[in-house]
Structure formats: structure tokens, C-alpha cells
Design a protein around this ligand. Sequence first.
Ligand code: PEP
Ligand code: MN
Length: 374
Amino acid sequence: MILILEPNTRPESTEYQILVGQLERLPGIRFRVHREIGTEVTLTEIYLIGNTGALTIDQMQALPCVEKVVRVSEAYRVLGRHKQGDDRPASFEYNGVRFGQDTLHVFAGLCAVDSPDSVEAMMKALAAHGQVCTRMGAYKPRTSPYAFQGFGAECLPYVFELAGKYGIRVIAMEITHESHVEEIRDALKLTGNATGVMLQIGTRNTQNFELLKLVGKQQEFPVLIKRGFGITLDESLNAAEYLASEGNRKVVFCLRGMKTNMGDPHRNFVDFAHVPAVKRLTRMPVGIDPSHSVGTRAAAPDGLLDIFHVVAQGVIAGANMILVDFHPDPAKALVDGPQALLMSELPHFLDDVALARETYERRSSLAARLRTAA
Ligand code: PEP
Ligand code: MN
């Protein structure tokens, strides 16, 4: 059960103290307080754990400071959509950019940072097309220990500086170890917080629970968690819940395909049909990664790359973020060159995304009209 308190409830107020006292006296119930300090309002939610079946909504609603009571019906307690009275927001803001189940942001960028020139070419092209987000890999988990592992902390200062120069506000960047959070924080500080970072948990770390707990404990950076490529959707959503249960609910969930030969001829079996399902089950914005799911630049007879086709499928189904690999010279890319789009393809890509988005918006308003008419 979740108690949503009146906005700006102060922990030192008498009413709050009375509420806590009453909760402490409930038999077989433990509780956990989650406080989200925003620029204008502070929101407080109290999670009741244990024998909540014995409590009634009316009884809890009558307690001081309580604005609303939600009975938890799903396994994903914090991030899930609960059946009764759950109109909690499905969005968050970070560094001036809002991420929600109703927004769409393109994160086009380098799979792996390989030189200041590539980074600058990418950022410059994005700025020229009004984009404020990108992806940049500094820490690369690789199948072979002999493969390039990313430039790590060494490249961060120039990546962040260039992002600042071109007005990029959010960079999705994978981390594979807790020390990387500190390195990112230090480099951001060094560049006068020129940009923002969304910490990415890759598919290989989806169930690295200790890493999830650590990243979940900090609330400074939002988190992009990839679906695990060989586990069920439920297991991946529980992994996202690990982040939120530790306190960080600025979480975006990203579909990136499943590892199975059934996916041939693509690198992975594209799972973007799950976009609406994840939006129904949780309040997380849902991203798609066409590059790591398709994995090639193969084109259909209509001239469109398979990557373009799956992006359109995901966006037309309501995706909220697109994480996509580009490179100024894919033949020279140190990681994943064969799936990278060319800089010259960026305008066409963005136009194609806009077309699919417009269709999605028309589809959802048609559905809303039919619903109100029924
Ligand atoms: C990536 O986005 O660079 C990446 C390695 O993705 P994934 O974890 O989905 O394989
Ligand atoms: Mn890659």
C-alpha cells in the first residue's frame, strides 16, 4: 500500500509526527519513506510493507497528511501501474529535459567514443538539427577481453566540454562499475557541469543487483536500464524496480532485442512490440535501441534500412526514446561500425522518426476519441 502525502509535507510538522506514530503502531507493518525534492514541490510517499490486507483505504485516508492511498496490485511496487487510483506521474525532468511516457527524444550518438574529432562531428550535427540528447560510450563491456574496452575516464572531459559547446543537455553513457559514477561526477564538475549524464545499465548488467542498488541509491543522475537479452520481461522489470526501491525513480527502460537465433538475420530478435506492454505495466518512459537489436545496415527492397523500419515500428507504438548508433566514418569505428548510421543519414532519420511520431499521435487521439464516445 502506498500513502501519497500532501505536497510539501514537512517531516518536522506535528501532523507528520502523528502520522508516523500511528504507522509505527500498526501491527505487522513496516514502512519506508520516499521523498522527492523538486524545485517547486517536495513529494512524499510512504510504502507500507507487510500485512496491508488488513488495512482499509478509508482508514489510511483518514490519517493526517495523507492525500491519497494506492493499493499495490503489481509486483513492481514503485514503478508499476497499480489498478486502484494510481494516477502518479509517469515522467521526470533532468537538466531541463522532460522524460515521460508522452515524450519522445532521440539519443543519436557514438556507440564508443574514439576521438575528439568523432565526438565533435557528432555533437555538431545534432546541434544543427535541434537535438539536445546523445549517446556516448566511454566504458564498453566487450565479449572478448582483447577487444577495445573504451577510453573510460580519460575521454570524459572532452566529451562533456564538447557537449556543453553544442548545447547537448543529456548524454546516455553506460557504466559497468560503481567507480564510473564517481569518475563521471568528477569530470562533470571539472567542466563546470557543461552537460548532464543518464547512467546506462547495459544488457549484460541488467541483473547485476549490487550495481543496480548502488546506482539506485543516488538520485543525482537518471538511469537508463536495458532489457536483459536472455531473461524474461518480468525479470528485467524487476531489475528496474531494484533502482527505484533504493530511491531513484528517474528510470527509463530500454528494449534492445533478445538473443536467439530466431532473430536471424538480425543480431537480436527485435522486441519493440513490447513498448505498449511496458507502458501498461509500469510508469517508466520506454526506449528502443534499433542499433543493438538489428545490428546491420541491411536494407529492405523499398530502400529503407531495417534499422529505419524497426524505429518506425517502435515509435508508431509509442516509444519515448531512441538510442541509435551513428559514426562519421563507420569503417574506422572501434566498436560496432557495421550497425552505425552515417552522419549524412541523420536528417532522413529524424524526418522518418517525425513521420512515425505524428502517426502515433494521431492513432492515440483517435483511440481517445473513440473511448470518450463509447
Ligand atoms: C550499448 O548501448 O552500447 C550497448 C552495449 O547496449 P546493450 O547493453 O544493449 O548491448
Ligand atoms: Mn554498441
